[in-house]
Design a protein around this ligand. Structure first.
Ligand code: TXA
Ligand code: MG
Length: 318
């Protein structure tokens, strides 16, 4: 391990700024999950993000900025809906996909778009203000594996990250909602921390690609079928008690929001979707650390409130 965890005091922020200005990378806390940050204008730094994460080159990065003016500067077009959404939800767990400004070449999708958000985390905002650069930052984990909600998760997944600013556990514990504003009707590319109901109050109708609704395919480049996956095999089932455990890789664990029963390991999370989401990745990390072979997961209800959690579980189970 070459990385170190630093307190986010003035010295920690200064060390992070120095690394970022030298076109290196720094992991930092956000309200959703920890991000692996790099100067969005530096091809070298961006390359390091892809290398450390083993992330496929076709999967674009979210750019984090300190204020709306910095977001506008990255976009070629700034629709009225972006103003309304930014006023309502930024800083916060909403990522907007917009037409990309020509100056920004290293990040963004092949289709000339850019994903951008203002994170609602004091450490992230202080870092952005101190460095004075937009920071491209995917979740700070190896590609396809569980996102980090603590500084320790980051170092375990990416031991070669030079520095992790420790902001404690992420409050939301699940990634931002990604909304595409380049389509006539705003399109949900990734369900996430921010629920659809408050979004619709601002934008009106939101298009939900089938791939989002049933978690099958790839609504945005990064939404691979297998993603957010622990090392253990994940079995997503309607009735945990009905599972025949013979033939499952041991030890067998259960992840549920009701009482667990007699298993080698158990994580019982809240029946409230927001609280469940906040604990989900930490629970999966704990089960992996315990070395379980199989995780039987009780499928949450098929309601919109559970959309983001169901999406992550379905991708973890492939
Ligand atoms: O909460 C979050 O969004 C966290 C924190 C660190 O901000 N970040 C995060 O980044 O989850 P990442 O790279 O793990 O996921 C970014 C998602 C991927 O599904 C990616 O394909 C999509 O956003 N994305 C990025 N740029 C895009 C673009 N221009 N068009 C469509 N999708 C895009
Ligand atoms: Mg990710």
């Amino acid at each position: 391990m070459t990385g170190r965890i630093a307190r986010p005091d003035d010295a920690g922020i200064a060390a992070a700024v120095e690394l970022l200005r030298a076109e290196s990378v720094v992991a930092f806390p956000t309200e959703t999950v920890y991000g692996l940050g790099a100067d969005a204008f530096s091809a070298k730094a961006i390359g390091e993000v892809y290398r450390l994460k083993n992330r496929p080159a076709w999967n674009p990065l979210i750019v984090h900025v300190a204020d709306v003016a910095a977001a506008r500067a990255l976009a070629a077009e700034w629709p009225a809906a972006a103003d309304r959404l930014a006023a309502a939800f930024w800083p916060g767990p909403l990522t907007l996909v917009l037409r990309r400004a020509p100056a920004l070449t290293g990040v963004g999708a092949d289709n000339d778009t850019i994903a951008v958000r203002i994170p609602a985390h004091d450490v992230a905002l202080r870092l952005l203000a101190a460095v004075g650069l937009p920071l491209a930052a995917p979740s700070a984990n190896r590609s396809e594996s569980i996102s980090p909600t603590t500084a320790e998760h980051v170092l375990r997944s990416l031991p070669d990250v030079p520095l992790v600013l420790d902001g404690g556990p992420s409050a939301w514990g699940i990634e931002s909602t990604v909304l595409d504003l380049t389509t006539a009707t705003p399109t949900l590319l990734r369900p996430g921390a921010l629920a659809l109901r408050p979004l619709r109050e601002v934008t009106g109708a939101i298009a939900l690609p089938d791939a989002v609704a049933d978690g099958t395919n790839r609504p945005s480049p990064g939404m691979g079928r297998r993603h957010y996956a622990p090392k253990a095999t994940v079995l997503l089932v309607d009735d945990v008690k009905a599972v025949d455990r013979a033939g499952l890789a041991a030890p067998v664990a259960v992840l549920s929001y009701e009482t667990a029963g007699d298993y080698d390991a158990a994580e019982v999370l809240s029946g409230d979707p927001r609280e469940y989401a906040a604990d989900l990745y930490a629970a999966l990390h704990r089960l992996d650390d315990a070395g379980v072979g199989t995780i039987i997961v009780q499928t949450p209800p098929d309601t919109e409130d559970w959309l983001a959690v169901r999406d992550r579980l379905s991708r973890a189970a492939r």
